[in-house]
Structure formats: structure tokens, C-alpha cells
Design a protein around this ligand. Structure first.
Ligand code: GAP
Length: 446
């Protein structure tokens, strides 16, 4: 993990937030390359969930959340972790992170009994800070999908089965944020709420588990580093009938990358008005506050159904860490030296190609490089960088380390014969390509 953390800082993937004031635990910033990789990962998810399917709509809802949403969702009562204090060194721990009843920091057994600690962040809306003005920062993006269920159904005329996808920030006041960006207090989720007819839920659940494993493989995650586990009954969230976790062998151990839950009719049943009009199978809190009927009409027999929900929910930051970990390699070279290379799938690479003039102070080479950079950039496959550092060896090493799939060098031969050298990141092979073929080559090889 230390090597990844160091690469992330050195090359501008991830920085500790507000480091100049001592930082904040469990909060990170994504730097110039990090934001590109993160956006590419989110775009790959969005494409596969929304664009490549015809049964999913997108949404981008607010982070500030009405307290009633998180009251009826059950989060106010149950979204807690058991907290233990060490009376000697004053450190705080999640009870399930304590072994042999000893403080992990100082070894003392002088610990408090576990007590529930609610993980939701609160803030106030407007100038007056009182009990009537508070709102939550959403602890999952899912709830705002449920509260928009009727809006989306009305504006798209969807029938079951269909889904609503959303990517966005979520906030949890984790007791012990740790392992770099694995467990943080501010993070992003990629969540799909897929609404199905009651009775077809188990079949859809299995389909989504298979679909999601394949997607992670397409992001470069080796299947051997994934484990699919059924979450034990006693560990299920309050809304779940069954949850399957996709676990990944992170540098610090096997941990959850994504959860796929069968949330039954709990959420839509919790937020609808007139609950008594429906046969809600889950145990929900009586809701006298909602003003909207959240049900969907069967267009054939006109009956109203509260749908079941299958939810694949993945963490963007955990996904980022997984694809980075998969791609990171140190290779021994024939000349006895070694190189660091990030063999990212090219659709995830922060920079798709680097155009490098062989000499930084030769205006002809620089002009041709600027021209080629604009030509490739206009294709629209992501960032193409002009690298005018002036030392070709150093440029190659830097681009290997940040995962740029190809480097294109403009040299003196280019001025004579309109050809360029293209170097492949993974094989380090170099070949000459004519400038009028380079756009096709770029598109074909990304
Ligand atoms: N809506 C369901 C839900 O939020 P979850 O298992 O609590 O379920 C889903 O979270 C995913 O969000 C996890 O699989 C993980 O990837 C990510 N996640 C959860 N808490 C996180 C945290 N503190 N830091 C980073 N990622 C987190």
C-alpha cells in the first residue's frame, strides 16, 4: 500500500486534503491525474449502466437530505457502528476492530462497553440553527433515487423492470477511517436501483451479481483477486433480504468492493403515502408525512405495485484503489534497471497519448507536435498531452508510471518523411507510423 500511496502523491493522483493545516482524517483530494482516472472509471460505469442498456435512466440528486427521508429509511435508528473508547489513551475504535478486548493503539484492556454511534453528518439550512433547520448529508446516494421514483416514472413512462442509476458523493462519519482511500468519510458511490416485479427479484439479483463481476473484469480487475460472498443473515442491513458482496484482495486484505443487495419493497414501501393500500411485505415504519404515492401501475391490468429493488452499489474510491493496485507493476529490464509501469486498461488511463517533440527548443518539432496533439485531442477519446520536457528517456519513464498507453515522438525524420515513432507502454516496442495513419492507429489501439 505504501508504494501506491507514494506514487499517488508523487505523480498527482491523490493528495491528503488540507495537508497544509495538518490534514483531515479520512478525507482526500484527487489531483490532475486522479481526477482523470476517477472520471474515466465513473464514465465506464455510466456507459455500461445507462448507455449500453435500454432499461435504465440516470439521475443526479442533491446531497442535502430532508431528515424525514433518513427517518423513514431507517438510517436514523440503525445506521450506527458500535463505538468503544480506550480510557487510557483516549483513542476510539469500532468494536469489531478490537481483538482480544485490547486497545489496538496502546494494548490497554481498560475499554468502555460498545455503544451505538450514528454515522450520519448533520448540517443546518438557512441562517437559524435550530432543530427545525437541520438536514443530513446523504450517507448513500440510494435514498434520493427512491424519493425521485415517481418523478422518473411519470417523466419517462417506464414500466417494470427498469432502473435508476446515480453517481455521487456520500458522507459517513466513520469512527476509524483507514487504509488510504478505502474507508473514508467523504466518498463517491455508483449506485443502481433496479425496480422489479415482486417474485422476479431473486432471478434479477443473480443476474446483477454476474453482470457486476464481469464489469470489474473489464476494468482490469483479475477474477482471481475477487471473491463473491453471501453476507451472513445476522450482518445484513435492515433493508436487505439477501446481499452478495464482491470482495477484492486490496493491498491491506480481502474487503468489500461492491455490494449487491435485494432491498425488497422496503424503501419504496417506507416512503410511500397510504401504505395501507398496498401489500408491503417488509416491516416498514408507519409514514404519515409522505405526500406521494410511490407505486407503479401495470399498464395491462391497471393494478398498482410497490416494486422490489435490486441494488448494485459500488464505491468509486475503492474501485480506483482496486484498478490502480491491479495495474501497478515494477518490471526488471534487460539492462539490469527496473521500471514502474501502470498497465491500466486504456479507457481508464488519465492520459491517452503523449506527443513528445524530440527537442524542446526546436520550433519546427514543437509546432508539428502541437498540431498532432490538437488532431488527436479532437477525436474526443480523452486527454492527449503535449510533453515538452526535453528528455525523451525521462518522458517515457514518467508516462509508463502514470499509465499512458502510447507515446508519440516527433523527430527530425518526421520533418523529412511525415512519420513518427510510436512507443507502446506495455511492450516498450517502438514503430514508425505515417502521420496520415496516426489518427486511425490511435483509435484502433486505445
Ligand atoms: N446503498 C447501499 C450502500 O450504501 P454500503 O455497502 O454501505 O451500501 C456501498 O456501501 C459501497 O460504497 C461499498 O461497497 C463501498 O465500495 C463504498 N463505501 C461504503 N462506505 C465507504 C467508505 N467509508 N469509504 C469508501 N467507500 C465506502
Amino acid at each position: 500500500m505504501e508504494e501506491l500511496v507514494s506514487l499517488c502523491k508523487r505523480r498527482g493522483f491523490i493528495y491528503q486534503t488540507n495537508e497544509l493545516y495538518g490534514g483531515m482524517q479520512g478525507v482526500y483530494d484527487y489531483g490532475p491525474l486522479g481526477v482523470e482516472l476517477k472520471n474515466n472509471l465513473k464514465q465506464a460505469w455510466w456507459s455500461s449502466m445507462v448507455y449500453e442498456r435500454d432499461d435504465v435512466e440516470g439521475l443526479d440528486s442533491s446531497i442535502l437530505t430532508h431528515p424525514n427521508v433518513l427517518k423513514y429509511s431507517g438510517h436514523e435508528d440503525t445506521f450506527t457502528d458500535p463505538l468503544v473508547d480506550c480510557k487510557d489513551c483516549k483513542s476510539r475504535w469500532r468494536a469489531d476492530h478490537i481483538d482480544d478486548n485490547k486497545c489496538p493503539s496502546c494494548g490497554s484492556e481498560n475499554l468502555t462497553n460498545p455503544r451505538p454511534f450514528n454515522l450520519m453528518f448533520k448540517t443546518t439550512i438557512g441562517p437559524v440553527e435550530d432543530d427545525s433547520s437541520f438536514a443530513y448529508l446523504r450517507p448513500e446516494t440510494a435514498q434520493q433515487i427512491f424519493t425521485n421514483f415517481k418523478n422518473v416514472v411519470d417523466s419517462t413512462s417506464r414500466t417494470l423492470p427498469f432502473g435508476i442509476a446515480q453517481i455521487g458523493k456520500a458522507f459517513r462519519n466513520e469512527i476509524t477511517p483507514r487504509n488510504f482511500i478505502f474507508r473514508v468519510r467523504e466518498f463517491e458511490q455508483m449506485e443502481l436501483e433496479f425496480f422489479v416485479e415482486p417474485g422476479s427479484d431473486e432471478e434479477w439479483h443473480q443476474k446483477w451479481v454476474a453482470e457486476r463481476v464481469k464489469w470489474w473484469e473489464r476494468q482490469g480487475v483479475n477474477k482471481n483477486n475477487l471473491e463473491i460472498i453471501d453476507v451472513d443473515q445476522e450482518e445484513l442491513s435492515h433493508y436487505s433480504k439477501k446481499t452478495v458482496d464482491i470482495m477484492y484482495k486490496f493491498p491491506h486484505g480481502l474487503e468489500e468492493l461492491e455490494g449487491i443487495a435485494n432491498r425488497t419493497d422496503f424503501d419504496i414501501g417506507s416512503h410511500t403515502k397510504n401504505q395501507k393500500d398496498f401489500e408491503i411485505k417488509s416491516v416498514v415504519m408507519k409514514n404519515d408525512d409522505s405526500v406521494t404515492k410511490l407505486a407503479i401501475q401495470n399498464k395491462i391490468n391497471n393494478s398498482w405495485t410497490i416494486p422490489y429493488v435490486i441494488e448494485p452499489s459500488a464505491g468509486v474510491d475503492r474501485g480506483f484503489l482496486a484498478v490502480l493496485n491491479e495495474a501497478y507493476k515494477i518490471e526488471q529490464l534487460e539492462n539490469g534497471k527496473e521500471r514502474t509501469v501502470l498497465s491500466l486498461k486504456s479507457h481508464l488511463s488519465p492520459i491517452k497519448a503523449a506527443v513528445i517533440p524530440l527537442k524542446r527548443n526546436n520550433q519546427d518539432l514543437v509546432d508539428r507536435s502541437i498540431e498532432l496533439k490538437s488532431q488527436l485531442q479532437s477525436i474526443g477519446l480523452g486527454r492527449v498531452a503535449l510533453d515538452n520536457a526535453g528528455n525523451i528517456g525521462k518522458s517515457y519513464r514518467r508516462h509508463d508510471e502514470i499509465g499512458t498507453p502510447m507515446c508519440i515522438t516527433i523527430d527530425f525524420e518526421t520533418l523529412d518523411d511525415n512519420s513518427v515513432t510510436v512507443r507502446d507502454r506495455d511492450t516498450m516496442e517502438q514503430k514508425r507510423i505515417k502521420l496520415d495513419e496516426i489518427s486511425n492507429f490511435f483509435v484502433k489501439n486505445l
